[in-house]
Design a protein around this ligand. Structure first.
Ligand code: FEO
Length: 172
């Protein structure tokens, strides 16, 4: 049984994960509009990943007998000046998500909720990957500047595909 505090915090995180999906989908729209379909593909995959993160927590809350309370999803930002700015925002966003996951972990410790801590450990590891991917892309875009390399990077990002995260794959 989840404590009320833990349940509310997990429900809030479900909303934030769906917001992240929305945040990246709006970025995909911007990149599609800039004819950078490979980068837009990367964002669409990111949207799928964020929805999967939300579903991992959704399933976990249900499994623990908690009631999933879905809140309204905030409108994401829409205006960007460059692909570099977009990916800088991705990196910044992921750093914020890491802080949220860490705060959930602190709460799980305070509540002596070992099962939630165990579930959150997957997210702790995932955030290392999320931040590293975003940071690498920011670095690549900074090196490229405004040159033609941007089209090569766009082509590379077109090959990203979605793999169901292990907590969802194993629950099927
Ligand atoms: Fe759900 Fe990108 O962290």
């Amino acid at each position: 049984m989840l404590s009320e505090k833990m349940l509310n915090a997990l429900n809030e995180q479900i909303n934030r994960e769906f917001y992240s999906a929305y945040f990246y989908l709006q970025m995909a729209a911007y990149l599609d509009d800039q004819s950078l379909s490979g980068m837009a593909n990367w964002m669409k995959i990111q949207t799928q990943e964020e929805s999967a993160h939300a579903m991992i927590l959704f399933n976990y809350v249900s499994e623990r007998g908690g009631f999933v309370d879905l809140g309204a999803i905030e409108k994401p930002p829409m205006d960007y000046n460059s692909p570099l700015e977009v990916f800088e925002q991705v990196y910044e966003h992921e750093q914020k998500v890491t802080a949220m996951i860490n705060a959930l972990m602190v709460l799980a410790n305070e509540e002596n909720d070992f099962a939630t801590r165990n579930r959150l450990e997957w997210f702790v590891a995932e955030q290392v990957e999320e931040e590293s991917n975003a940071s690498s892309l920011v670095g690549a875009l900074r090196r490229i500047g405004s040159g033609n390399g941007i089209f090569m990077l766009d082509k590379e990002l077109a090959s990203r595909s979605f793999a169901l995260p292990s907590p969802l794959a194993s629950s099927e």
